[in-house]
Design a protein around this ligand. Structure first.
Ligand code: ASP
Length: 598
């Protein structure tokens, strides 16, 4: 087929722009052919670009040459059209350009196209694997075009808001040393220094603190971070953070900046006005009331401590206190099968048992009646304020909550049930944007696997000042100055006021089991920097992919990332990771153990 060249052709309008007001005007459009309908005398082309869709008509009676050329056109061909805007006989109210069409006086075919493996439509049935293999075609589809446009607006609004507040965007290196955020590093071998490796940053944490020491006062960056984790959930090995840091920061100062920036982002992205300040909840309160440190507060269904009812039944039931309960509204009619499914879910979350009480018009029904008696069940109903038609679910502890163990299994299992039931019972309202700060986390958590204390956040998080004296003696009770931001039950990110004193930083490393030598070898440059006049400082990092996904209503982060990886950390389109020629390995001095298993 003969292809035309673009020459000095420029469009006068986009495919989303024409309205009845320009009827009669001669225009030029460029785009992809979405659809061709051949009605004999007339051929209709739907021309598509990023901005929308315009109907083009090729008439045999008035423009026979153009009409003939139109016979060669297929979906996804790239064409240029020149012609007069005409009012459509029957307008299409579903299309912004639906009142008009362009009567082509010229049709240039700029490129042909193979038949795509799936149609470029709003909805497709092709597997995600096929879509990811041909991501450039998937990206042509309107939902992804909209999502990436939204993401752009979010990023731009954040940048503008932070610029207004005096923040500088400063880049930090990708080829660097390990930054401890609790994940595995991606390593990059150095050719120049055989046997030495860079680590891709898990976050710019240390660098942003160094920028505070360097006197930049307010730093931010929309920055890629790399974490080599098992990607079961909706995670990406490389993801983008809004990372920021402020000198002389109080927690309230960080919150205020983030609240203003996110309000701007929400307005720019979806036109929604959110009203700072965001509510706050302590970590302990979040666990007690919602059974999670990232509560979805769009619905209530709060957990209640019902321990008093079980005080004397502990031995019989072989359980420990505390015992928590929640009320599922209107679920008293749940079948055996449904109750079994809930018990299964609770067990999966580590619960020792799941008890239930059905509150019916004719009284309370529960297998617990034998143990607690009618009065016990009634007390449960009172404590949970359940009403006729409700189902009370109860999870006991299997052992008394240990100091330093952030929370018991009873509340976390109920937290998972709460979410599950809210979805099942359709209790989650649409269109709500419930931001929430969670504060006062413990500084350390006990890792049974590693048999040592580990940081709940990262090792640069400052302890609450009055707890510093207990650092070495009662680690489990030391509170941190860390905070998380949660939106609709998703953790958007976390931050903290940092340690700015070298002596305290060193003490924290020791508690974490790092000898002074190890600390010096890994973080010596940072410990040294802390001694040259470090201002008190603090900051936060939020997941930009997550924010964009939530605002776009997307099911997965992959829907808001142009070129994402699969849950097996692969790029199916570029086929990465890939093997490399032996010569490249030789140059790096690398050889492999052939049968290594993950
Ligand atoms: N660096 C931390 C993270 O990536 C965030 C912060 O503390 O600012 O989670």
């Amino acid at each position: 087929m003969k292809l035309d060249s673009l020459g000095d052709w420029q469009r006068t309008h986009t495919c989303g722009e024409l309205r009845a007001a320009v009827v009669g005007k001669t225009v030029r459009l460029l785009g992809w052919v979405q659809r061709r309908r051949d009605l004999g005398q007339l051929i209709f082309l739907d021309l598509r670009d990023r901005y929308g869709l315009t109907q083009v008509v090729l008439r045999q009676d008035t423009h026979p040459g153009v009409h003939a050329r139109g016979g060669e056109v297929r979906p996804e061909f790239v064409v240029g059209v020149e012609g007069a805007v005409a009012k459509r006989e029957k307008s299409n109210p579903n299309l912004p350009t639906g009142e008009v069409e362009v009567v082509a006086a010229r049709l240039d075919i700029l490129n042909d196209a193979r038949t795509p493996p799936f149609p470029i439509e709003e909805e497709v049935t092709a597997s995600e694997e096929t879509r990811l293999r041909h991501r450039y075609l998937d990206l042509r589809r309107p939902p992804l075009q909209r999502n990436l446009a939204l993401r752009h607006r979010v990023a731009l609004a954040l940048r503008r808001a932070l610029d207004t507040e005096g923040f500088y965007e400063i880049e930090t290196p990708f080829l660097t040393r390990s930054t401890p955020e609790g994940a595995r590093d991606y390593l990059v071998p150095s050719r120049v220094h055989p046997g030495h490796f860079y680590a891709l940053p898990q976050s710019p944490q240390i660098f942003k603190q160094l920028l505070m020491i360097a006197g930049f006062d307010r730093y931010f960056q929309l920055v890629r971070c790399f974490r080599d984790e098992d990607l079961r959930a909706d995670r990406q090995p490389e993801f983008t953070q809004l990372d920021l840091e402020m000198a002389f920061a109080t927690r309230d100062a960080v919150f205020a900046v983030i609240e203003r920036a996110l309000a701007a982002a929400c307005e720019a992205a979806i036109g929604v006005k959110i009203a700072p300040p965001f509510p706050r909840l302590t970590h302990a309160e979040a666990l007690a009331r919602y059974g999670t440190d990232k509560p979805d507060t769009r619905f209530t269904m709060e957990l209640k401590d019902v321990s008093p009812v079980f005080e004397s039944a502990r031995e019989t039931l072989k359980i420990a206190l505390p015992v928590h309960a929640l009320t599922a509204p209107g679920a008293a009619g749940y079948s055996r099968k449904q109750l079994d499914a809930l018990a299964e879910l609770a067990k999966h979350q580590g619960a020792r048992a799941l008890y239930y009480v059905k509150v019916t018009d004719s009284g309370l029904q529960s297998p617990l009646e034998k143990t607690l008696g009618a009065a016990g069940l009634e007390k449960l109903r009172e404590l949970t304020t359940a009403r006729a038609g409700d189902l009370i679910l109860i999870v006991p502890s299997d052992e008394p909550a240990a100091a330093g163990r952030a929370h018991g299994t009873a509340s976390t299992a109920l937290g998972a049930l709460r979410l599950h039931l809210a979805r099942e019972l359709k209790l989650i309202p649409e269109g709500k944007w419930n931001f929430l700060w969670v504060t006062d986390f413990p500084l350390f958590e006990w890792s049974a696997a590693e048999n040592r204390w580990v940081s709940s956040h990262h090792p640069f998080t400052a302890p609450v000042e009055e707890d510093v004296a207990r650092l070495e003696t009662e680690q489990g009770t030391v509170r941190s100055q860390a905070y998380d931001l949660v939106l609709n039950g998703w953790e958007l990110g976390s931050g903290s006021i940092r340690i700015h004193r070298q002596d305290i930083q060193q003490r924290i490393f020791r508690v974490l089991g790092l000898s002074d030598e190890e600390a010096k070898e890994r973080f010596g440059f940072f410990l040294e920097a802390l001694t040259y006049g470090t201002p008190p400082h603090g900051g936060i990092a939020l997941g930009l992919d997550r924010i964009a996904a939530l605002l776009a209503g997307a099911d997965s982060l992959r829907e808001v990332i142009a070129f994402p990886k699969t849950t097996a950390a692969q790029d199916l389109m570029a086929d990465a990771p890939a093997s490399v020629p032996q010569s490249q390995l030789d140059e790096l001095g690398i050889s492999f153990k052939p049968s290594r298993k993950i």
